[in-house]
Unconditional design. Structure first.
Length: 439
C-alpha cells in the first residue's frame, strides 16, 4: 500500500467528518438552474443531496424551470417574450407556466423518492404583481411577498425536503410566475439558512474569464474561490456582462440579510456540492459575510456591562456566579458582541496546559437572541481554538446541552476534563460535560 496515498485518504476522511459534525441540523437552500435538471449528472446530484439529508443536514430545493416553460409554451404555440431579462407572463401563458414549473418539481421529487427521501411540493409562497415597470406591464409575473416559514419548518423537522416551484399566489388565489433566483434568496433569508447554493450551467469564474480587481486573489489554479461582500460588489461593477453577475448580486443581498455563505457552482461537475462543502478549498465561488465583525476582545470598561448581561443567567443558575475581580483576572479570555457601542453578548475561552480549552460565560441579551449572537460567539471562540491548534474544547452546562449538541459538541465524561478542571468540578451542580474536537 502507498503510505502517502493512504494518509491522504485518512486526512480526507477526517476533514469530511469534521465538516459533517459542524453542519448537523444546518439548513441548505439550493437553487438548481433549469439546464442542470436536464443534465446527465442531475440524478447523481440528487443522490448527493439525499446523502446530505441522511446525515442530518436540512435541505430545501428550488428548481429552475425556464427551459421546461419554453418547451411547453412552444408545444402549445403560446407566444412569449422577455423585457430586461424578465419573462412577461401573459393571461394566456400563466397556466402553462404553472404546469411546467410543477412538472420540473415533480421530476425532482421522483428522483428523491428513488433514494427513499420524503419530499413535498408546496404552495408556501405569497406573491404580488411586479406590475408596470418603465411602461412594460409584466402581467402575471410577480415578486415574493411572503413565505409560510412555519409550515416549511414543520416539514423540515419531520424529515421532509420541501420543493418550491417558481410560482406564488396572491390573496385571491391568482398565480404569479416568480424568479427562482429571487425565491431561493428569499427562502434562505427568511428560513435563516446556513448556506445558499446557486447551481448553474456556467463555467467557474477564473482570472482568465473576468475583470479582476487587484486586491482580489485567486486559487492556485486561477479560480475565483471566494469574495467578501465588498469584493463581490467590486466584481459586479467590473463584470456587468458576466452571466453569473446576477447570482452574485443575489448572493450579496442574502449575505447582508444574515446568510453566512453563498456558493455559486457549475452544476455540470459530478459531485460538485460535496466537493464544495467537504473541502477547505472548495470547487466554486463563495460569497461570504463576516459573521464575526461585531465581536471584539473584552475591555476593562466593558466589565460592568458584561456582569449585567450575565446576571439573569446567574439568577437562573444557568451560569456560575462571577464577579468583577474574576473578570479582571481573566480579561484576555473574553470577547464581547457589540452593536453601536452596546454589548449584547459575551463569552470566554479559558486555556489549559494539556491542549484543551473551556468555553464559558456565554450570555446574550434576550432581546437579541434572534440574531444568533450566542452561536456566533461560540463559533468565534472555536475558530480561536483551531488557530491555537487546541485538540479539544469543552463546556460545562446544566440547561443548554441540546444547544451545544446542535453546534457539533458531543456528550463527554469527567475523565475528558483537564486534571486541573476535574479537581474543581462541582458535583453538587452536576453540570453536563460537552466536548468539541477540533481535529
Amino acid at each position: 500500500m502507498d503510505i502517502n496515498n493512504s494518509q491522504e485518504h485518512v486526512d480526507l476522511i477526517r476533514e469530511v467528518f469534521s465538516y459533517n459534525r459542524r453542519f448537523q441540523n444546518a439548513l441548505f437552500v439550493l437553487k438548481i438552474d433549469s439546464q442542470i435538471i436536464d443534465h446527465p449528472y442531475f440524478s447523481l446530484l440528487v443522490k448527493d443531496l439525499a446523502l446530505l439529508h441522511q446525515n442530518g443536514i436540512k435541505i430545501i430545493i428550488v428548481p429552475g424551470a425556464k427551459d421546461r416553460i419554453n418547451e411547453i409554451l412552444n408545444r402549445y404555440e403560446i407566444p412569449y417574450h422577455s423585457e430586461n431579462g424578465i419573462r412577461i407572463s401573459t393571461e394566456e401563458s400563466i397556466n402553462f407556466i404553472k404546469m411546467a414549473a410543477f412538472d420540473v418539481s415533480n421530476k425532482v421529487m421522483t428522483l428523491l423518492s428513488g433514494s427513499n427521501i420524503p419530499s413535498v411540493i408546496g404552495s408556501w409562497v405569497k406573491a404580488r404583481a411586479l406590475g408596470v415597470v418603465n411602461g412594460t406591464d409584466y402581467q402575471h409575473t410577480g415578486r415574493v411577498d411572503k413565505i409560510r416559514t412555519d409550515a416549511v419548518e414543520t416539514l423540515l423537522n419531520e424529515g421532509h425536503i420541501p420543493i418550491f416551484p417558481c410560482i406564488g399566489w396572491n390573496s385571491n388565489g391568482d398565480p404569479y410566475n416568480i424568479s427562482s433566483d429571487e425565491l431561493a434568496g428569499m427562502i434562505a433569508r427568511k428560513m435563516e439558512a446556513s448556506k445558499l447554493f446557486f447551481l448553474s450551467a456556467e463555467d467557474v469564474l477564473t482570472e482568465k474569464s473576468i475583470n479582476l480587481p487587484k486586491e482580489i486573489s485567486t486559487s492556485d489554479e486561477g479560480r475565483l474561490s471566494k469574495l467578501s461582500i465588498s469584493q463581490a460588489e467590486q466584481f459586479i461593477s467590473m463584470n456587468s456582462d458576466n452571466p453569473l453577475t446576477g447570482k452574485i448580486s443575489m448572493a450579496v443581498e442574502a449575505c447582508r440579510a444574515g446568510v453566512d455563505r453563498v456558493h455559486i457552482l457549475d452544476g455540470r461537475i459530478e459531485g460538485v456540492v460535496l466537493q464544495e462543502i467537504f473541502s477547505n478549498l472548495g470547487i466554486g465561488t463563495m460569497i461570504y459575510s463576516n459573521i464575526y465583525e461585531r465581536i471584539r476582545p473584552m475591555k476593562r470598561q466593558d466589565i460592568s456591562s458584561v456582569l449585567s448581561l450575565m446576571k439573569p443567567f446567574i439568577n437562573q443558575k444557568i451560569l456560575v456566579p462571577r464577579d468583577r475581580n474574576e473578570l479582571e483576572n481573566t480579561l484576555d479570555d473574553y470577547v464581547v458582541y457589540a452593536m453601536d457601542g452596546i454589548i449584547h453578548g459575551c463569552g470566554g475561552l479559558h486555556l489549559y496546559k494539556d491542549g484543551k480549552a473551556e468555553i464559558a460565560g456565554i450570555a446574550v441579551d434576550n432581546r437579541f437572541v434572534h440574531l444568533k449572537i450566542g452561536r456566533k460567539v461560540v463559533s468565534y471562540l472555536l475558530e480561536i481554538a483551531r488557530e491555537l491548534n487546541l485538540k479539544e474544547v469543552f463546556v460545562l452546562t446544566t440547561q443548554t446541552s441540546d444547544w451545544f449538541l446542535n453546534m457539533g459538541f458531543t456528550q463527554g465524561r469527567l475523565e475528558d476534563l483537564p486534571a486541573e478542571k476535574r479537581e474543581k468540578y462541582n458535583k453538587d451542580r452536576n453540570s453536563r460535560i460537552m466536548i468539541y474536537r477540533t481535529e
